[in-house]
Design a protein around this ligand. Structure first.
Ligand SMILES: NC(=O)C1=CN([C@@H]2O[C@H](COP(=O)(O)OP(=O)(O)OC[C@H]3O[C@@H](n4cnc5c(N)ncnc54)[C@H](OP(=O)(O)O)[C@@H]3O)[C@@H](O)[C@H]2O)[C@H](O)CC1
Ligand SMILES: [K+]
Length: 583
C-alpha cells in the first residue's frame, strides 16, 4: 500500500473548518490567530533579524490572517506597514483588524501606496485565500500585477514575498491563475514561501502552483481531529487524494510523502524464486525501432521484476542481442504469437508502446487485453487506442495509461478542451442542510460531514486533476497524466499528485520509455496499478534528481538501485516530520 500526504480540496477544507467551529471546541478567531501565528513564525524562522515588513490585507479572512501576522511581527520588533481595504469584513477579520488598529495604521491597499515608501525586507500577501469569487479587476488587479510582476530590469518588485495560504488570485483547486490586466504581464514572480493551512490543496501541487508558491509549508492549525474524526474518516473515503513527494514540510507530525511501501525494497522471502517476483513482457517494434523497448526492459529488471522478456517481431530479433544478458528475447510477430505466449500464466505484466508502431500495437493489444494481464500502455499504444473505440472498451482495471498532454488530448479530446476552457474561480456558499432539493446536488463527499453543507455556485476551474479523474472513470483504467506535475487517477476517483518541477532535465528523449518499464516492472512484482504508477513516477523523478543536469534516459535504469536504497533509508529513519509547537 502506498501512502502519501492527504490533499484536501478547498471545499473539504471549509467543511472541516465548519465542523471544528460547530463543535464549540474552537472559534473562528482562534483558528485565525493560529493561522497568522504560523505565518509569522515561519517568517521569523527564516529571517530571525527583525526588519521591515509590508502586509497586504484583503477583504476577507485571508486579510484577517494578515492582520494577525502584522501584530505578531510588530511584537517581535519588526517595523510593519499594513495596507488594507476599507470594507466591512466578517466578524473575525474585523476583530483582528481592530486589534491591529490599536497598534498601527492602515494605508489603502492601492498600487500607488504599495510603490511608495521604503522597500520592505518581507512582503506578506494576505489579499485573497480560498474565497476568490471572480477574476480580480481594477485596483485589485493592478496590485496583484505589482505583487507578482517584475520591473523592466527583470527584478521582482516584491522580493521575499510570503503568501498566506496561497498566492492571491490563484485557484487552490486547479493551480490556475487569472489573466492580469492587459499590458501587465502574467503571474510570473513566485512567492519565496507559501504557508498553507492544515493540508496541501491540489493547486499547490499542479498547474502554476509549484512555480508560484515557492517553498510550501503546511502549518498545523489544530484541525487534525476534525479531519480524522468524520464519519468514515477522510482517510477511508474511496476518492482519496494524496501528494506523493514531500517537496513541502508538514508541521503536525503526519507522515510525509515517502514511499511507503514496505515491499518496495524487499523481495518476498516467502517466495524467493524469480517467478515469485513476476515476469514482464515488453513488446518492441520492428527493425531499428527497438531502443525504446530496450530501455523499458532494462528498467523493469532494475526495479525488481524477476524476469523480463523483450518481444520484437522476428526480423528485429537480432538487434536485441547484447546487454543486458539477464534480458530474455522472444519473437512475437502478431496477435496469434502473443496469445500463445500468454498461455504462460507466469507472464503477469505487459508493456506496450515505446517504439512498437501504431498498427502493431493495435494488433497486439486486441490479442492481449482479453487476457486481462496487468498492462502499461504508452506512446504508440495510446495512439492505437485513440483510433479504435473497441480497444478503448477492452481496457480493464489492471491497465495503466501513461499519456502526456498531447496523447491525452487525442484520447479524451473533450476533457482536454475543458482544461483549456474558461476558468471560473471557486465560489462556495453555506446553505441550509435541511433543504432536500439543494442537498441532492451535493457531492457524496460533502454529505459525509456532519456540519453545514456547502454548495458550489460556480465550479472551481477545471483542472488536470479533474480531467485525469474523469478519464480514469471513463476508461476503467489508471490514467497517469504526465508532466512536471503528474496526476495519477484510478477509476474509483482515488488520485495521486506528484511535482517534479525541480528536475527539468527529466524531459529528455526516452525518459517516458523508462517510466513505462518501471511501472511494468512494479506491476510484475505485484503492485496494484495505482501504486505501481505512483511509485514509478516517484522513483523516476528521484533517479533524475540524483543524476542532475546532463542526464540522458540511458542513465536512468542504473540509478534505480541507489534510489531504492535511499528510499528504504528515509522510510526507516525520517518519514515523520518533526512537530513544531503551535505557539
Ligand atoms: N482553512 C482554515 O481552516 C482557515 C482559513 N482561514 C483563512 O481564511 C481564508 C478564506 O477566507 P474567506 O473570507 O473565505 O476568503 P478570502 O479571504 O480569500 O476572500 C473573501 C473576500 O474577498 C472578496 N472577493 C472575492 N473575489 C474578489 C475579487 N475578485 N475582487 C474583489 N473582492 C473579491 C469576497 O467578496 P464577495 O463579494 O465575493 O463576498 C470576500 O469579501 C483562507 O484562505 C485562510 O487564509 C482562517 O483564517 C483560519 C482557518
Ligand atoms: K494570499
Amino acid at each position: 500500500m502506498l501512502e502519501g500526504t492527504e490533499v484536501l480540496t478547498t471545499a473539504q477544507m471549509r467543511a472541516i473548518e465548519s465542523a471544528a467551529m460547530a463543535s464549540g471546541q474552537v472559534t473562528g478567531l482562534e483558528l485565525m490567530e493560529r493561522a497568522g501565528r504560523a505565518v509569522a513564525g515561519q517568517i521569523r524562522l527564516r529571517w530571525p533579524k527583525a526588519g521591515r515588513a509590508t502586509v497586504l490585507c484583503g477583504p476577507g479572512n485571508n486579510g484577517g490572517d494578515g492582520y494577525v501576522v502584522a501584530r505578531l511581527l510588530h511584537r517581535a520588533e519588526w517595523r510593519v506597514r499594513v495596507l488594507g481595504m476599507d470594507n466591512t469584513p466578517g466578524p473575525d477579520a474585523g476583530e483582528m483588524r481592530r486589534r491591529w488598529r490599536e497598534i498601527g495604521g492602515i494605508a489603502p491597499l492601492t498600487e500607488q501606496e504599495l510603490q511608495s515608501g521604503t522597500e520592505s525586507d518581507v512582503y506578506v500577501d494576505a489579499i485573497f485565500g480560498t474565497g476568490l469569487t471572480r477574476p480580480p479587476e481594477g485596483e485589485i488587479a493592478n496590485i496583484l500585477a505589482r505583487v507578482f510582476g517584475r520591473g523592466g530590469d527583470g527584478a521582482y518588485y516584491c522580493r521575499r514575498l510570503v503568501a498566506v495560504d496561497c498566492p492571491s488570485g490563484f485557484c487552490m483547486d486547479s493551480g490556475k491563475a487569472p489573466a492580469l490586466p492587459p499590458g501587465r504581464g502574467t503571474f510570473d514572480s513566485p512567492a519565496r514561501l507559501t504557508v498553507a493551512f492544515d493540508s496541501p490543496k491540489p493547486g499547490h501541487l499542479i498547474g502554476l502552483g509549484p512555480a508560484l508558491c515557492g517553498e510550501l509549508v503546511v502549518a498545523d492549525i489544530g484541525l487534525r481531529q476534525w479531519r480524522e474524526r468524520h464519519p468514515g474518516g477522510l482517510g477511508q473515503r474511496p476518492a482519496r487524494l494524496e501528494a506523493i513527494w514531500p517537496r513541502f514540510d508538514i508541521r503536525d507530525g503526519r507522515r510525509i510523502g515517502v514511499p511507503l511501501s514496505d515491499r518496495l525494497g524487499k523481495h518476498s522471502s516467502a517466495s524467493p524464486h524469480k517467478y515469485g517476483h513476476g515476469h514482464a513482457l515488453i513488446l518492441a517494434g520492428g527493425p531499428a525501432k527497438g531502443g525504446a523497448a530496450r530501455l523499458s526492459a532494462r528498467t523493469a529488471l532494475r526495479i525488481g521484476a524477476g524476469l523480463a522478456t523483450i518481444a520484437p517481431p522476428q526480423d528485429a530479433l537480432p538487434e536485441h542481442a547484447g546487454q543486458p544478458d539477464a534480458l530474455m528475447r522472444r519473437a512475437i510477430d502478431g496477435g496469434g504469437d502473443l496469445r500463445e505466449a500468454l498461455a504462460d500464466s507466469r507472464i503477469n505484466a505487459l508493456c506496450f508502446g515505446p517504439g512498437c508502431g501504431i498498427d502493431r500495437s493495435a494488433d497486439l493489444l486486441a490479442a492481449a487485453l482479453p487476457a486481462r494481464r496487468a498492462t502499461v500502455l504508452d506512446a504508440d499504444a495510446l495512439t492505437a487506442l485513440s483510433h479504435d473505440p473497441a480497444l478503448m472498451a477492452a481496457l480493464h482495471r489492471d491497465c495503466v495509461l501513461t499519456p502526456h498532454m498531447g496523447e491525452f488530448a487525442r484520447l479524451f479530446p473533450d476533457l482536454a478542451r475543458q482544461m483549456e476552457g474558461p476558468k471560473p474561480p471557486a465560489r462556495l456558499r453555506h446553505v441550509d442542510a435541511g433543504d432536500p432539493g439543494r442537498l441532492a446536488q451535493f457531492s457524496a463527499d460533502m454529505a459525509r460531514y456532519n456540519c453545514e453543507m456547502i454548495e458550489w455556485t460556480q465550479g472551481p476551474a477545471y483542472s488536470k486533476l479533474d480531467a485525469a479523474r474523469e478519464a480514469a472513470a471513463r476508461c476503467g483504467a489508471v490514467v497517469l497524466l504526465k508532466g512536471p506535475d503528474t496526476v495519477i487517477a484510478a477509476p474509483d476517483g482515488s488520485a495521486r499528485l506528484h511535482s517534479a518541477f525541480d528536475v527539468p532535465w527529466l524531459a529528455t528523449a526516452g525518459a517516458g520509455d523508462v517510466l513505462a518499464g518501471m511501472i511494468a516492472g512494479l506491476l510484475a512484482r505485484g503492485f496494484q496499478p495505482l501504486d505501481a504508477a505512483s511509485l514509478g513516477t516517484l522513483i523516476h523523478a528521484q533517479t533524475a534528481r540524483g543524476f542532475g543536469p546532463g542526464l540522458i534516459a540511458d542513465d536512468l535504469p542504473d540509478l534505480i538501485p541507489a534510489v531504492l536504497r535511499g528510499l528504504q533509508k528515509s522510510q526507516s529513519s525520517s518519514s515523520v516530520a518533526t512537530a513544531l509547537p503551535m505557539t
